[in-house]
Design a protein around this ligand. Structure first.
Ligand code: CLF
Ligand code: SF4
Length: 532
């Protein structure tokens, strides 16, 4: 197999392309409703409330659980932060995309080894972060190994934290092997959010991903290992659903191994009550030293990832804003403030855990969020009233530094948000990480080709400002730079641009052409990468 998609061309062989996959929605009639997901908890028949849903899409007790969890609510991730504590070093399985020298790639990008913590150190760190970042609402244990292969450390951390900071939501991520043994404890500590990484529901697929598991005091390999893992994952998921715990399924898309199979995974986890399904691209480079990295197994392109995600629409609700964060990540998704909170720095900090201050801050966040939500609904409602005969849809990249607005300079972007726009709606469909173009006040033209590749499937890029050189290069690549919607809400700006674009097509001023594929940036998102 070819090596992974390093700088340059798209892979010679594509496994998945739009149009080749049968959408899952078509098969929904065959799926018995097992009482899971928000649509089956009284979601009024809406098939896709998921992480993009709001209070009108789900029962209030579910909304209360997700409204300020940045991973379970797409809207919340613009406003609320999470942090991970690396208290779980051991793992009970081996994944071919993991190298134990690095963090667990189920929930974190390989790249930088975490500072491993004892539960006492972890709790101290959480309280310190919570006193500095009042919008930090969720503590997750996501490695660097498996949270439930280290149950004592994981649950000791939760127990002590609940005593000191009861307002912080608890979250874990696990490969699922040990999950059924710990459901009681998960409920005892009010862990309301559990992520299970499920990459297959067929052991024949699983044995290509997992060389071994450690089970019943011995190492089990091959098909048998994958079969045990699969059965434990399904059992654990069913048990959590029965106890009312919200579950999210993470799946790593591995081209040629489980790409189309993930549609089956989506169907099976929906049946068992999963709240969300997060399909993530495989990160695979030889320098990570993983089996897949060393054997040249590549990750998916942006369009391959989107094709599988789109094919799952109508099944278990999708999360599309995952940042594959590190096991010691701190901050909003997509930012990494872990360097500010190393153990030695915490020792120097004056820590005051002020619950009232946290609540007051979060009240202000809610007011701002409400304004954004209303502006978005207004823009979508206005667009919904437009009658159009065709179903033209395009992708646009948006430069934003938050607040749901077009407010970032092209040169300062480390991550574009991607929206799929039609005459009636502008839907968030993901993000694309890029290397910073502006270095120390000057544009670095060597970075431009990689930025263009990352958004090459987009027709336009909405920015607050852009220099002459990148503007020309984007135009040459067929991507329209748009800087006339500065500070506008993204959905409104995207819809206005799209309607203008349609007008230009109708008048003959432009000829609409399909775009190509785009590249998913491989490599760690670290503070260093951000500042580089
Ligand atoms: Fe952490 Fe995971 Fe909880 Fe979120 S992350 S344990 S559910 S608090 Fe979130 Fe990070 Fe994606 Fe995970 S963006 S890798 S989905
Ligand atoms: Fe690595 Fe996580 Fe897989 Fe364990 S579950 S092998 S830590 S990726």
């Amino acid at each position: 197999m070819s090596t992974s998609t390093a700088a340059g061309a798209m892979p010679a062989k594509t496994y998945v392309s739009i149009g080749q996959i049968k959408p899952l929605g078509a098969k929904l009639d065959e799926i018995p409703d097992a009482g899971g997901g928000c649509s089956s908890h009284g979601g009024e028949g809406k098939a896709s409330c998921g992480s993009s849903g709001g209070p009108d899409d789900m029962p209030s007790e579910i909304w209360d659980k997700v409204k300020n969890h940045p991973c379970y609510s797409e809207e919340a991730h613009h406003h609320y932060a999470r942090m991970h504590v690396a208290v779980a070093p051991a793992c009970n399985i081996q994944c071919n995309y993991c190298n134990r020298k690095y963090d667990c790639s189920n929930e974190s990008r390989p790249g930088v080894v975490s500072q491993k913590l004892t539960p006492e150190q972890a709790v101290k760190k959480v309280v310190a972060v919570a006193s500095e970042i009042p919008q930090m609402t969720v503590l997750g244990v996501a490695g660097p190994g498996d949270s439930l292969a280290n149950p004592k450390k994981t649950f000791d951390t939760f127990r002590m934290l609940q005593e000191q900071a009861p307002d912080i939501k608890l979250c874990i991520s696990t490969n699922g092997l040990a999950l059924p043994d710990h459901v009681d404890e998960i409920c005892k500590y009010n862990v309301d959010h559990v992520t299970i990484t499920i990459n297959m529901v067929d052991p024949a697929v699983g044995e290509k991903i997992y060389p071994w598991i450690f089970w019943d005091h011995k190492r089990v390999t091959g098909y048998e290992a994958a079969k045990i893992l699969h059965e434990r994952q399904m059992l654990g998921l069913e048990m959590l659903t029965a106890r009312g715990v919200l579950t999210k399924i993470n799946s790593v898309l591995i081209p040629g191994i489980n790409d189309e199979h993930l549609i089956e995974v989506n169907r099976e986890v929906k049946k068992r009550g999963a709240f969300l399904h997060n399909i993530m691209p495989l990160i695979s480079e030889a320098e990570h030293g993983t089996v897949f990295g060393l054997t040249g197994q590549r990750g998916p392109t942006a369009q391959e990832l989107k094709a599988v995600q789109d094919a799952c629409m109508g099944g278990a609700n999708l999360m599309r804003h995952c940042r594959q964060c590190r096991a010691d990540a701190v901050g909003l998704l997509g930012e990494d403030r872990s360097e500010e909170f190393t153990l030695d720095k915490i020792e120097q900090m004056e820590v005051v855990y002020d619950l009232d201050r946290r609540r007051a801050y979060q009240d202000r966040v809610e007011t701002e969020r409400q304004a954004q939500h209303e502006a978005k609904q207004e823009a979508l409602a206005a667009a919904g009233a437009i009658e159009v005969a065709d179903d033209l849809k395009v992708l646009v990249a948006v430069a934003t530094k938050g607040g749901g607005r077009v407010n970032e300079h092209f040169g300062h972007v480390t991550e574009f948000q991607i929206f799929e726009v039609s005459a009636r709606e502008a839907l968030f469909v993901g993000h694309r990480r890029v290397d910073l173009y502006c270095q120390g006040g000057f544009g670095d033209d060597e970075q431009l080709p990689s930025v263009v590749k990352a958004i090459n499937d987009c027709h336009a890029v909405l920015v607050a400002k852009i220099g002459g050189c990148p503007r020309d290069e984007l135009l040459q690549a067929g991507i329209e730079p748009v800087d006339q919607y500065v500070n506008e809400f993204i959905e409104k700006a995207a819809l206005d641009w799209f309607n203008d674009y349609r007008g230009r097509i109708a008048s003959g001023a432009v000829v609409h052409q399909d775009r190509g594929d785009a590249q998913i940036r491989q490599g760690a998102f670290t503070g260093a990468a951000q500042a580089a």
